[in-house]
Design a protein around this ligand. Structure first.
Ligand SMILES: [Zn+2]
Length: 53
């Protein structure tokens, strides 16, 4: 069973700016953020709120 295909079939919305994130089919991790920078800023904001990631 290929778990990446199932996970990538779900629509992903960037938690930083609420935009849909296009997924590349095939190997690799599920993209959570539209850009690496959006992910960086999102995690920095969570740390500022006291949530370690
Ligand atoms: Zn985004």
């Amino acid at each position: 069973m290929d778990y990446t295909v199932g996970a990538k079939a779900l629509p992903v919305v960037c938690p930083h700016c609420d935009c849909p994130v296009p997924q590349k089919p095939g190997q690799g991790r599920v993209r959570l953020y539209c850009t690496p920078d959006a992910g960086k800023q999102y995690r920095r904001r969570l740390r500022a709120l006291g949530i370690p990631l």
